[in-house]
Design a protein around this ligand. Structure first.
Ligand code: ADP
Ligand code: MG
Length: 680
């Protein structure tokens, strides 16, 4: 049955593309003048020439100059990709950027998305073996190296947004450098097999000027600078520090909207993440409902990493007449995406970063941005004409900001990428050619975790289980949980919960309906904690057939639930491919499910103290149960949690109760002593 399902959409695609072939071409022709007006257009010949001449080229250009959309096309037109044979890969740090830019480039090239131009992101593949320009996340390309160590499918890899220095971009830099060297040696001494890909071209693209580091790293690769267009932007600061930036953002948007005509340009608001965005969206919607007649309406367009592709398009479309577009974005709109029509920028001055502290493990933090980010955000107001930027912080606070953010690799948990490096055959990860070397302590900590998870043996070599775990686009702790679920006979429940944990929030809690929303959530609550509460929610959601009214009544975030179902489908497919039985279900014996989670999350445990607080097992830090948790205010002997979030203090999110004995059992390597003390 699945096979029949798999073939029918394809026939559908061929038919559709035949019918509308002419439309694609007409669309591409119509976009040509726009393409030719971009600042990068005049540098076209020079860019192609330099890339032909050098193995690696670094390109620096202001946001909106045309790097991401144009350079892959220039290389395509210059014959760098052979149809059906080699492709050009373009990596992006964020999935939203990969999908929406692919859509735009497909239009410019004049092809159906997924045909000559496509994208692949975690849990979603919209490309074929005929795809010539493929946008993907940096993490996805890293995964492809596991299956194809020399990336022979690609003649060119473009590392976009390199200035962001994400963990995965940094790892890719090192791996690509090595792959390039190997492929060059193979083609030079003729050892390459007939029809192999030949040399690999690397293009590193950055929106900020400090590109010298990339050049040095790639043996003094040439740096090309593309001039941008930038109109003056008038910048305002607040006079006093703002205690609630969500409320300030809301009020600032209203002020801009009522004090300037809507024809003076759209508004772009930078916030830290999906939760912030959905809160401000709600505040604005409520205010807009009370606009006096004659005040133009607001078109609210959220954009953040987990937004499904179907909902992204609105951001790029011009608003209807007598309507002003308000884009609510994370730092995705800082340099990755260009949204036309923006003249007002509101900058809350914060972003969400992943941090790691060996004493508490990985956590998510909302932190002040860097000066360099603040300037990029301001720049978004002056793309088409003079604009305005409202910074929701004081000038003195701005002066205190760091010049640049610290590269992720210096502050992140490294277990997943270390596992990938090992699986890609880099046995001595300590000697890897990092552009910025993580601390020895962080590297050792990651290796130790992989050892405790049984992904590495005591010599530091990848185990069979480790190799199996590396197949999953998940943090190793989750793949370990899925592994454990086979023997425990609860794979179905575990995959459900892992999928549910892939989104930030499952509920939405309007500020003015907090009580109602809490009451609605009680229906799903499990006394064991959030993991099983989420499972109850998913079951109820499925039973209600994802009915929108049902979701509204129960304050369920539909957008995120849809994403959960996508992730579940992909995980089911992957597990089936790996020979697992995804229908193994434990029925009502849900302790088995919790024990499985502990086999991956024994690092994230805390024990109840005599004073009623919880103290983490790994680092003796006090952790607080998140107010949104089913266990909030409850006292159980031990808890484990999915994640720590640092706001004013350390909050554990997605928390469940655990038997201390289970914890000891889950990792004898770490808690051997605990195990004997508990059992004696
Ligand atoms: P860069 O990578 O240098 O920041 P891009 O290649 O992303 O620049 O964008 C170049 C131009 O293409 C933008 O200025 C914008 O006018 C246009 N553009 C990009 N994406 C879209 C889109 N989805 N819809 C409409 N125009 C777009
Ligand atoms: Mg770009």
């Amino acid at each position: 049955k699945p096979i029949a399902n798999g073939t029918s959409p394809q026939t559908h695609i061929t038919k559709a593309s035949k019918r509308s072939k002419i439309d694609y071409r007409a669309q591409a022709l119509a976009l040509r003048p726009q393409r030719e007006r971009l600042p990068i257009y005049s540098a076209r010949a020079a860019i192609v020439r330099e890339i032909r001449k050098h193995p690696t080229v670094v390109i620096v250009g202001e946001t909106g100059s045309g790097k991401t959309t144009q350079i892959p096309q220039y290389l395509l037109e210059a014959g760098f990709s052979q149809y059906g044979h080699t492709a050009i890969a373009v990596t992006q740090p964020r999935r939203v950027a990969a999908t929406s830019i692919a859509k735009r480039v497909a239009e410019e090239v004049g092809t159906q998305l997924g045909a000559r131009v496509g994208y692949t992101i975690r849990f979603e593949d919209c490309s074929s073996d005929k795809t010539q320009i493929k946008f993907c996340t940096d993490g996805l390309l890293l995964r492809e190296i596991l299956a194809d160590p020399l990336l022979t499918k690609y003649s060119v890899v473009i590392l976009d947004e390199a200035h962001e220095r994400t963990l995965r971009t940094d790892i890719l830099l090192g791996m690509l450098k090595d792959i390039q060297r190997t492929r060059a040696a193979q083609s030079a001494n003729g050892s390459a097999k007939e029809g192999s890909a030949g040399a690999l071209k690397i293009v590193v693209m950055s929106a900020t000027l400090d590109a010298e580091r990339f050049s040095e790293y790639f043996d003094n690769a040439p740096v090309l600078y593309v001039a941008g267009r930038q109109f003056p932007v008038t910048t305002y600061f607040t006079t006093t520090p703002q205690s609630d930036y969500l409320d300030s953002a809301h009020l600032t948007v209203l002020q801009i909207h009522t004090e300037t005509p809507s024809t003076s340009g759209d508004i772009l608001v930078f916030l830290s993440g999906q939760e912030d965005i959905e809160n401000v969206e709600r505040l604005l919607r409520e205010s807009a409902a009370h606009f006096s007649p004659g005040v133009p309406q607001l078109l609210l367009c959220p954009i953040f990493a987990a937004l499904p592709p179907s909902q992204q398009a609105r951001v790029f479309e011009p608003p209807p007449e007598f309507t002003r577009k308000v884009v609510l974005a994370t730092n995705i709109a800082e340099t990755s995406l260009t949204i036309t029509g923006i003249r007002h920028v509101v900058d809350a001055g914060v972003h969400k970063v992943r941090g790691f502290d060996p004493r508490v493990g990985e956590s998510l933090l909302v932190e002040p941005i860097s000066k360099s980010s603040a300037r990029q955000r301001t720049g978004r107001a002056g793309r088409e004409a003079a604009g305005f930027c409202y910074r929701l912080y004081t000038e003195a606070d701005f002066a205190q900001l760091p010049e640049d953010s610290v590269p992720e690799i210096k502050r992140c948990h490294l277990a997943m990428v270390m596992l990938q490096l090992k699986a890609a055959g880099v046995s001595n990860v300590l000697a890897f050619d990092f552009m910025d070397r993580p601390s020895k302590r962080a590297l050792k900590h990651a290796l130790l975790e992989l050892y405790a998870l049984d992904a590495l043996d005591d010599k530091g070599e990848l185990t069979a289980l480790g190799r199996w775990m590396s197949e999953f686009p998940l943090e190793p702790a989750y793949s370990k949980v899925i592994y454990a679920s086979q023997q425990a006979g609860c794979t179905r429940e575990v995959i459900d919960i892992v999928s549910l944990l892939s989104v930030d929030t499952l509920f939405y809690i309007p500020a003015d309906k907090r009580d109602e929303s809490n009451a609605a959530q009680l229906a799903f609550r499990s006394s064991d904690g959030d993991h099983l509460t989420y499972l109850n929610l998913l079951r109820a959601y499925t039973q209600a057939n994802a009915d929108p009214t049902w979701c509204q009544e129960h304050f369920v975030n539909r957008r995120n639930m849809r994403h959960v179902l996508d992730v579940r489908q992909q995980l089911n497919r992957l597990c089936t491919r790996l020979g697992m039985d995804i229908n193994k279900s434990c029925g009502s014996d849900l302790d088995a499910v919790l024990k499985c989670f502990l086999s991956g999350f024994f690092h994230n445990c805390a024990l109840l103290q005599p004073d009623g607080s919880y103290r983490s097992l790994s680092g003796s830090q006090t952790v607080h149960i998140h107010p949104a948790s089913a266990l909030f205010g409850k006292k159980v002997p031990a808890i484990f949690y999915d994640q720590l979030v640092f706001t004013n203090r350390l909050h554990a999110r997605a928390v469940s109760a655990a038997d201390p004995f289970w914890i000891a059992q889950a990792s004898p390597k770490l808690y051997g002593r605990l195990a004997s003390s508990v059992s004696s």
